[in-house]
Design a protein around this ligand. Structure first.
Ligand code: FES
Length: 101
């Protein structure tokens, strides 16, 4: 299945949406897995935070399809769509999905 990931990016005072298409074989894949896949294979400049990958630390919190969620705990099967919009969770953006605080 091809998933379309639309990521709100912020850099150099500009904001724009960048679209990535990612081939996914398992619906238990998390949004964090997708972001890591994009960073490793498609666009090394994409900035986001994570740490525990177990739903404990909160570092990976982003807006997913308009709702604040932990990217490491949100699986494709939970979303029920192949189009995923990822945005920073707060207004104080440092870069892309990384926010201050
Ligand atoms: S990486 Fe720690 S909660 Fe997601």
């Amino acid at each position: 299945m091809i998933v379309t990931l639309k990521v709100r990016r912020f850099r150099g005072g500009e904001s724009y949406v960048q679209e990535y298409r990612v081939d996914v074989r398992d619906l238990r894949t998390t949004v964090l897995d997708l972001l890591i896949k994009v960073k490793d294979n498609l666009d090394g400049s994409l900035a986001f935070r994570y740490a525990c990958r177990m739903g404990l630390c909160g570092a990976c919190t982003v807006k997913i399809n308009g709702r604040p969620r932990l990217a490491c705990a949100t699986k494709l099967v939970d979303l029920g769509t192949d189009t995923i919009v990822v945005e920073p969770v707060a207004d104080r953006v440092v870069k892309d999905l990384v926010v201050d605080g």
